[in-house]
Design a protein. Structure first.
Length: 132
């Protein structure tokens, strides 16, 4: 699903991430369920289906928090940040972004940290554009 999402084939991405989620649920694999939920939420986000993305990403966040998986929680927070940025919900975006950045720093996850910092820059640019 991730490959199809990155290449812009959202229908195939949706099909594959749904299948991945169904498999994780049927096997009782909560970690995989949380990760597949995040990916499915990202597909809905890419399709502009913000309400569906929000519901699914919040479910992913809940699962990862329940499992105590900080790293995957942070990745889901970044996905929620991207959704909130698209919707213009800036206060929540900053909260998710700051928490995720702290977790990525804690674990030395450089690529994820760099991605978070680029998104923070986008948020700051949008804030300065709207302040004029």
């Amino acid at each position: 699903g991730e490959y199809y999402l990155k290449t812009g084939n959202f229908d195939k991405a949706l099909e594959h991430t749904r299948r991945s989620l169904e498999l994780a649920v049927s096997q009782g694999d909560r970690r995989e369920e949380g990760m597949s939920s995040r990916m499915l939420g990202e597909v809905h986000l890419a399709r502009g289906e913000y309400q569906s993305a929000k519901i699914i990403l919040e479910e992913s966040l809940t699962i990862m928090q329940e499992l105590g998986n900080e790293y995957e929680t942070a990745k889901t927070m970044i996905s929620l940040f991207q959704l909130e940025l698209a919707e213009g919900t800036k206060e929540l975006s900053r909260d998710h972004l700051e928490q995720a950045t702290q977790i990525f720093t804690k674990y030395g996850a450089q690529l994820d940290l760099e991605r978070a910092l680029i998104l923070a820059q986008r948020l700051n640019e949008q804030a300065s554009e709207t302040s004029y």
